[in-house]
Design a protein around this ligand. Structure first.
Ligand SMILES: Nc1ncnc2c1ncn2[C@@H]1O[C@H](COP(=O)(O)OP(=O)(O)O)[C@@H](O)[C@H]1O
Ligand SMILES: [Mg+2]
Length: 459
């Protein structure tokens, strides 16, 4: 899902709002000037209109001749003045009414926050959502039905999120805005995602997530509590994961948290476990299709919860690939899938390779500040890894430990970097499976522990 495009759209729309607001303010100023002029009384208005007519009469010979042909100049000018005053008053009244109407509209929009919030209130016939739901179910046909999906009322969710208040926004992804909500008199925290798209594809995306997530149960996958189908756009309700996403931690968007090497290795291993579960334990298997650090959530103990199954695919068991349009996030996208339209489990493996690089370097998956050929983190990092220069691209925070500790940890970092390079192989047949990756990561962890224990007995 294109996060950049989403942010750009959000900005464009907020800027548009600002622009129209400025125009409105200018118009309002103009209006109040006109009102104060009108309030100065008919004489002032007459003087002004005369001044205006003088300018126009001097400019048009036709008007001049009309003025000169008038038999009683003073009475005709006073009746002209009355007409002009009446005209001005009418214009002022009309403008005032329009201004008032615009003000009311702006106030309403502000109260509603985002435009889509108002669309939430438009309760459409529920048929459309149910139709989309049944079309997903029949396409993916293998699901018997939705298990354990609680259906929330819109009123409940409005109350839980203080009417979708901006200060409760947890994150904005490519498809939805996620709010923190509180249910049952403050007893249960939840995360509530509303699609930003009123389009059928936006609805499908969220409902796809419902059908997939409701079937899954793994300690490293976010849990879906339920959904609300009353509104024009579907709303999903998940367990609340309190510690943000991995992207925010690695790119220092959260303050005061140091993700040390041992935490990063644990996060890598748990994410790999979740993906291996999707590929090998879930039935039918699932390809996540949007593996990235923004979709890896962390709880208070830094336990991983993989989220966002909006574009995930259920796979016919035994099939080598799914032929499907390319979707995913630039920087994480498997090049073979991009060229062949064949989505496989190895597409998730490729994206996971980029996540490993982010864990090692804390660099962005796509960064236009890097040289042209190194915009993608994969292209940037591989030459360093292959030439034994990993230390040159490591996150400085990882090096910010006593030298002896760093020496102990560095071999594990190198092994993870080599594993990342394998995941990023151009051809999918050369990439490991997620099962292999899990094994490798746990043996790297175990090796690190043995090293540390040996050093402790020696020291
Ligand atoms: N269950 C949750 N608990 C806490 N925060 C969440 C939860 N789900 C999502 N978020 C936040 O919202 C962001 C966007 O959510 P995501 O499901 O990825 O939406 P999208 O489908 O639009 O990409 C995440 O990166 C995360 O910061
Ligand atoms: Mg997302």
């Amino acid at each position: 899902m294109n996060y950049v495009a989403c942010v750009a759209a959000a900005w464009a729309s907020s800027n548009n709002k600002r622009i129209s607001h400025c125009k409105q303010t200018a118009r309002q100023k103009k209006l109040s000037m006109m009102i104060s002029r009108a309030q100065q009384g008919p004489a002032a208005a007459a003087t002004q209109s005369q001044t205006h007519s003088t300018i126009s009469s001097t400019s048009t010979p036709a008007a001049e001749s009309m003025n000169s042909s008038s038999s009683t100049p003073s009475s005709s000018s006073s009746s002209n003045n009355v007409a002009v005053i009446a005209g001005v008053v009418i214009v002022v009244v009309v403008l005032l009414a329009v201004g008032l109407l615009v003000c009311v509209c702006i106030q309403r929009r502000r109260r509603n926050g985002y435009g889509y919030k108002s669309s939430l209130r438009k309760r459409k016939s529920q048929g459309s959502i149910k139709e989309v739901m049944s079309s997903i179910m029949s396409q993916q046909g293998k699901l018997a039905g939705l298990k354990d999906v609680h259906v929330f009322t819109f009123k409940e969710l409005e109350k839980a999120t203080e009417n979708f208040a901006d200060h409760l926004i947890l994150g904005i992804g490519g498809f939805g805005t996620v709010y923190k909500g509180t249910l049952k008199n403050g007893m249960v925290h939840v995360a509530i995602k509303i699609s930003n798209h009123v389009s059928t594809s936006g609805k499908k995306q969220l409902l796809n997530e419902v059908t997939i997530l409701s079937q899954l149960n793994h300690r490293n996958l976010v849990r879906l509590y339920g959904c609300c189908l009353e509104t024009e756009v579907p709303i999903l309700v998940y367990e609340y994961i309190p510690n943000g996403n991995l992207y925010e931690h690695l790119h220092r968007l959260r303050f005061g948290v140091n993700l040390n090497w041992s935490k990063r290795l644990q996060i890598a291993a748990e994410t790999a476990e979740a993906l291996a579960y999707l590929h090998f334990a879930a039935f039918p298997p699932i390809y996540h299709r949007d593996v990235k650090t923004a979709n890896i959530l962390l709880d208070n103990t830094f336990t991983v919860k993989v989220a966002d199954f909006g574009i995930s695919r259920l796979v016919n068991p035994g099939k080598s690939h799914v032929s499907t349009a390319v979707q995913g996030t630039p920087g994480y996208l498997d090049p073979e899938y991009f060229h062949s339209y064949h989505l496989t489990d190895k597409s998730d493996v490729f994206s996971f390779g980029v996540v490993l690089l982010e864990l090692l370097t804390s660099q962005k998956p796509l960064d236009y500040k890097r040289e042209l050929e190194s915009h993608s983190l994969a292209a940037f990092s591989i030459p360093y890894i292959k030439n034994g220069k990993l230390d040159q691209i490591l996150d400085p925070q990882l090096k910010d430990v006593p030298a002896v500790d760093f020496q102990l940890m560095f071999p594990a970092m190198q092994s993870v970097a080599e594993l990342a390079a394998n995941c990023l192989a151009n051809k999918r047949k050369d990439r490991p499976t997620m099962k292999d990756v899990v094994e490798d990561l746990y043996s790297i962890k175990a090796f690190g522990k043995r090293q540390a224990a040996a050093a402790a007995t020696l020291g």
